[in-house]
Design a protein around this ligand. Structure first.
Ligand code: G5P
Ligand code: MG
Length: 225
């Protein structure tokens, strides 16, 4: 098998609103990779009001991190499934703390960490216009990638919603937590030589760089439009 056909286990990191979900959607459209978002998993549990969903809701809706032990309970099964999956995958939103990174290393080491670097003042503005389709995790923005019919998902036609944690006070808290927590994790992955940083003010500026890089690691299923 040629090296470009090998399975790729990747993470996407970046501040809240930096475009992880948006870039991930483009990655899975262009490359045969599974996208697993810890935030989407948590929001689905919260919406379904499962026992774990009720426990995590108080943290998520206030913009706080879910404690590590509880987080591992919610996502541990998914990580074990990934470790034995015969697919390339892209994990979005996990790990968020050094202990989470160490747990992930034991279950499923990663070969690439895509780090998105977008200025915070730009992020605050774009989060105000975010709408999501919660069941799929598809993400829209009234200024950037508006749905075809305002308020409804392009694929299913179901109603879109705004996230509880997109209230300005929660966004501020999430950005503060990211500034505090991300450094040690980025350092940890830099030491492993798997960290690749992509900087820009818009997703359209960042995406071609990510696409070009990933083509050096995995065969694309479609050419960049
Ligand atoms: P999440 O769900 O992981 P965050 O806070 O890390 O949430 P978020 O908010 O989902 O990240 P994103 O995915 O980086 O942001 O960004 P996005 O949704 O793609 O883009 C943001 C908006 O900008 C969208 O409206 C998009 O359309 C628009 N946009 C994109 N590009 C552009 C552009 O170029 N221009 C413009 N104008 N707009 C653009 O985590 C949520 C919570 O879950 C818990 C925590 O409570 C967390 O706060 N959680 C965990 N807790 C502990 N440990 C973990 N591992 C956890 N994972 C989740
Ligand atoms: Mg996201």
């Amino acid at each position: 098998m040629s090296s470009t056909k090998r399975l790729l286990h990747a993470l996407i990191m970046g501040a809240p609103g930096s475009g992880k979900g948006t870039v991930s959607e483009r990655i899975v459209r262009s490359f045969d990779m599974l996208h697993i978002s810890s935030g989407d998993i948590l929001r689905n549990m919260i919406q379904e009001k499962t026992d774990l969903g009720i426990q995590v809701n108080k943290f998520v809706s206030n913009g706080q991190l879910v404690p590590d032990e509880l987080m591992l309970k919610t996502i541990g099964g998914e990580l074990n499934r990934l470790s034995s999956a015969d697919r390339s995958w892209l994990l979005d939103g996990f790990p968020r703390t050094k202990p989470q990174a160490l747990s992930l290393f034991k279950i499923a080491p990663v070969q690439v960490v895509i780090s998105l670097d977008v200025p915070f003042d730009i992020i605050v503005n774009r989060i105000k216009g975010r709408w999501i389709h919660a069941p799929s995790g598809r993400v829209y923005n009234t200024d950037f990638n508006a749905p075809k019919v305002p308020g409804y998902d392009d694929v299913t036609g179901e109603p879109l919603m705004q996230r509880d944690d997109d209230k300005p006070e929660s966004v501020k808290k999430r950005l503060e937590i990211y500034s505090e927590m991300a450094g040690p994790i980025l350092e940890y992955y830099a030491e492993q030589n798997v960290l690749v940083k992509f900087s820009g003010k818009t997703t359209n500026e960042i995406w071609p760089q990510v696409y070009k890089y990933l083509t050096t690691r995995i065969e694309p299923k479609e050419k960049l439009a």
